[in-house]
Design a protein around this ligand. Structure first.
Ligand code: GLP
Length: 241
């Protein structure tokens, strides 16, 4: 793992550079995208670069990590809505080339079809990840098998509590989600993991310095040949201690 530690603004810019390099070299790259508050700075940076003509997504394809079950793409807490609002409507990506798993009528078959779609697109070139407080990536909660493909998950109480800030009440937070599996993520050619804030310091320490274990899903990234971890000073504050 390569670790980059800087301010949250600087890591957003440095991560954006990776996209400039990738899309310069491969305009039709397949991007694995993520939701959450962490990538917002990066997405704003990509929108700025696109407006200035420094990057184009015109030929790119994207696949998002996950989606809440039971939410239509028009629901303001769905991840499809989040992506449209925070990235797709600000860059020149063709909306029909953006994929977010559907949160409605989900079956194990539709989940498996998502993996097939990724394969047919040639596989993910660069996968972006945030991290949950308990070390989850996508919605792969602790003890998800490393061999998992896209699948349906029951969210843990801690994840529902953490995400309730976006809903009116805990009851409204979906109990299930569909997520790329750990194996789906590990198949990406390159991976970026971003974390911001002191609340992520412990899971980042466990991810980077702890044993590779299914109890900390993100620790599997130690085994990936090309993974860069971008941390602000707070998220990095427990490293080496
Ligand atoms: C959700 C998403 C994850 C994300 C995590 C952290 O649970 N499914 O993909 O990494 O939240 O979110 P945040 O960046 O807001 O801390």
């Amino acid at each position: 793992m390569k670790i980059v530690i800087d301010t949250s603004e600087a890591i957003a810019q440095k991560a954006a550079e990776k996209y400039v390099e990738l899309l310069d070299a491969k305009p039709d790259a397949v991007l694995g995208l993520a939701t959450g508050s962490t990538p917002l700075g990066l997405y704003a940076e990509l929108a700025k670069l696109c407006a200035r003509g420094k990057i184009t997504f015109a030929k790119a394809h994207s696949f998002n990590l996950d989606e809440y079950m039971g939410l239509e793409g028009t629901h303001d807490q769905s991840y499809r809505y989040f992506m449209n609002e925070n990235l797709f409507s600000h860059v020149d990506m063709r909306i029909e080339e953006t994929h977010v798993p559907s949160g409605v009528d989900v079956t194990e078959q539709t989940a498996a079809d998502y993996d097939k779609l990724i394969e047919q697109a040639g596989g993910i070139d660069l996968q972006l990840l945030g991290i949950g407080n308990n070390g989850h990536i996508g919605f792969n909660e602790p003890n998800t098998p490393f061999g998992s493909k896209t699948h349906i998950v029951e969210l843990t109480d801690s994840t529902r509590q953490a995400n309730k800030r976006f809903f009116n009440s805990l009851e409204e937070v979906p109990t299930h989600a569909v997520t790329m599996g750990i194996s789906t993520v590990m198949h990406a050619k390159s991976i970026i993991l971003m974390a911001i804030g002191a609340g992520k310091a412990q899971c980042i320490k466990d991810t980077v310095e702890g044993p590779v274990t299914e109890a900390v899903p993100a620790s599997v990234l130690q085994l990936h040949p090309d993974c860069t971890v971008y941390l602000d000073y707070e998220a990095a504050s427990l490293l080496g201690k």
